[in-house]
Design a protein around this ligand. Structure first.
Ligand SMILES: [Zn+2]
Length: 288
């Protein structure tokens, strides 16, 4: 089936990370089955299996939209779900009878539970790193939205060096890592900033509102286990529920919930759909 797949953003990845923490910390991998080698990149399946088997999972972290599974040996796996990647946790008694479709990699733990990596279109990645090896995905990655280093001044300074729209700036993973189309649209709506405004014209007040709403929305979305507008699932195969709280994303044609004056618009902006209210998100061209 070819549907519209929407890439998981920070809250969805954080939901997966929290699910993994709850279920796989302290577990030892005893067997790995590779059904498709593409997620492994250039590493051969034999070498990958050899490296991860017998490893014990110590921590699971997130950076940007990446999942970082760190073993007790300090070796690690870095994974990106891209469009359709999913982790599914199975408790004991499945007898390695992996009935889910599109399973690409299966990790069996010593207690007979399993972690499956499912990916319909196989754009997702699972990369192995030796202890101390530079994690390529971390090089040049932007700031985490919850990092204390993100201040209004920092954001204004970053914005003022760029001749792109504010929306594009929020999507730039080298500035702030973790936002995608859904949350960028929601943040700008709640901050009352036009997605088309040029980044270099961003005012201090606007920057401050963007940062505040970014953190509020992401926190709330994590609390509701992310947004399932396409096929996002938690690792126990449940939907998130933040889609019920979206105010502009895919709300084109509905009355704006803030001004009640006009309908939410949808336009193409840099190959993506942008949703906004033309009344609440007016263009500001000059610095305040
Ligand atoms: Zn409005």
């Amino acid at each position: 089936m070819r549907g519209t797949f929407i890439m998981p953003e920070l809250p969805e990845v954080e939901t997966v990370v929290r699910g993994l923490r709850k279920n796989i910390i302290g577990k030892q991998i005893i067997e790995t089955t590779i059904f498709h080698e593409r997620p492994l990149g250039t590493m051969s399946p034999e070498i990958f299996c050899n490296k991860v088997e017998r490893e014990v999972i110590e921590r699971v972290e997130r950076f940007g939209k990446y999942i970082h599974i760190i073993f007790a040996s300090k070796r690690s796996i870095v994974s990106h779900l891209r469009m359709t990647g999913k982790y599914i946790y199975l408790s004991q008694d499945h007898n390695k009878n992996y009935t889910h479709k599109h399973i690409r990699i299966a990790f069996l733990f010593a207690d007979q539970s399993s972690l499956l990596y499912k990916d319909v279109r196989i754009f997702g990645t699972i990369r192995f790193y030796e202890a101390g090896e530079v994690v390529v995905e971390k090089v040049n990655i932007g700031m985490d939205p919850f990092s204390k280093e993100i201040t209004t001044d920092w954001f204004v300074r970053k914005a003022h060096t760029r001749h792109i729209s504010v929306k594009q700036l929020l999507l730039d993973q080298k500035v702030i890592a973790g936002l995608g189309n859904i949350y960028a649209s929601e943040i700008l709506f709640r901050a009352g900033v036009s997605p088309f405004q040029k980044a270099h014209t961003l005012t201090t007040r606007q920057a401050s509102r963007i940062i505040q709403h970014m953190r509020d929305i992401l926190k709330l979305a994590i609390k509701y286990n992310g947004t399932s507008v396409s096929d996002f699932r938690t690792i126990d195969d449940k939907s998130g529920s933040f889609q019920n709280m979206l105010q502009v994303y895919q709300k084109d044609g509905t009355l704006c919930v803030q001004c009640h004056k006009t309908e939410i618009c949808k336009v193409r902006q840099a190959q993506r759909s942008t949703f906004y209210c033309p009344v609440c998100q007016k263009m500001v061209d000059e610095k305040e």
